[in-house]
Design a protein around this ligand. Structure first.
Ligand code: PHE
Length: 338
């Protein structure tokens, strides 16, 4: 075959193939096809030795020029593709680890709240919710807070316009429920509460409680103690002990604070329980007759108990969390652990 024609044909074919190529990989395949160890041009160069002596120099020269031309064309097309093809398509390394998609999950306070609610649902309680924005009547007056009681002090309560305030506890839900229905009542009410407080390792202006209310005929103090003891064992483990320490709340009489034995040191004393062996988690008591009167119940007919559990106070010893601020700062390094 005519040498010039042969070289022309190869050139045209390569140009056609290069024009069709859209990736570095395809260009590399073209290079291998023509210039690789077993490539078309490489083979032709090897075959020169079989030609007639007088043909060899011309053929060799033309083939070497062709080889250089092909190398140039390949490099040129490579640059064009780099410009047009998006970066990730130029090179995709299938062995690279994939992008991790993080899955959200519940906040430890929500998990703890759900767990507390579960325990009381099993004991026949139902859930009632109340508003965060309350009136003085529901938050204080109906709960037998005297007009000059220190917790009504502007220091403790966030007051809003029009005689409204942010509830300082979940106890107003007791009043709202009793106004609505007659005994027997067995409700719990989880929710957010607000107090003008420092933001430090054991205080936060926003915190969470679960309120409980049980009203019927002949409900006794031992019902209260039994119920809360079952609760403590369900949440902190069956070997947990409870301690009822006399306390004061205007809306319960008698009143108590409940402490649970520290789940970490088993009463030996550690940093979680501030070396006392006990952790305070709730306030409770027998509903005060004045509260029944404010909702139109007959205090001689009904008796009952109420309690207010601090969800942070349950969650912190449960998971060994030593700073309440961690709950509210939303640092993923913290929340991811639960
Ligand atoms: N409301 C009280 C508090 O916030 C707790 C409590 C609830 C006490 C119900 C007795 C009965 O501290």
């Amino acid at each position: 075959m005519n040498l010039k024609k042969e070289i022309e044909d190869i050139k045209n074919e390569i140009s056609r193939e290069l024009n069709l190529s859209t990736s570095k990989k395809e260009i590399e395949n073209i290079r291998i096809k023509y210039l690789g160890r077993k490539g078309i041009i490489t083979q032709k160069l090897k075959n020169i030795k079989h030609l007639k002596d007088e043909e060899k120099p011309l053929y060799g020269k033309e083939l070497n020029i062709l080889k250089l031309t092909i190398e140039e064309e390949i490099a040129k097309r490579g640059q064009e593709i780099t410009k047009t093809v998006k970066e990730e398509e130029q090179f995709f390394d299938w062995t690279m680890p994939g992008d991790r998609r993080w899955l959200g999950h519940l906040h430890p306070l929500t998990t703890t709240m759900d767990e507390i609610v579960e325990v009381f649902l099993r004991m026949g309680f139902t859930v009632e919710l109340g508003p965060d924005v309350e009136t003085d009547f529901y938050n204080f007056e109906a709960l037998n807070f005297p007009k000059n009681h220190p917790s009504r002090d502007i220091q403790d309560t966030f007051y809003l316009e029009n005689n409204l305030l942010l509830r300082t506890h979940t106890s107003p839900v007791q009043i709202r429920v009793m106004e609505k229905i007659k005994p027997p009542i067995r409700i719990i009410s989880p929710g957010r509460c607000y107090r003008v407080d420092n933001f430090d390792s054991s205080h936060s202006p926003v915190f969470h409680q679960v309120e409980g209310l049980y009203v019927d005929e002949n409900v006794s103090l031992s019902d209260l103690i039994g119920t809360l003891d079952i609760f403590a064992k369900a949440v902190f483990g069956s070997s947990t002990r409870t301690k009822f320490v006399p306390h004061f709340f205007p809306f319960t009489e008698p009143s108590a604070e409940v402490l649970v034995s520290c789940p970490f040191c088993k009463e030996k004393g550690c940093s979680t329980c501030k070396h006392t062996g006990w952790i305070e988690i709730l306030g409770c008591g027998m509903v005060h007759p004045a509260v029944y009167r404010s909702v139109g119940y007959d205090p001689d007919k009904y008796s009952g108990f109420a309690f207010g559990l601090g969800i942070e106070r349950v969650c912190m010893p449960k998971y060994g969390i030593n700073d309440m601020r961690l709950f509210f700062e939303n640092d993923l390094r913290f929340t991811k652990q639960f």
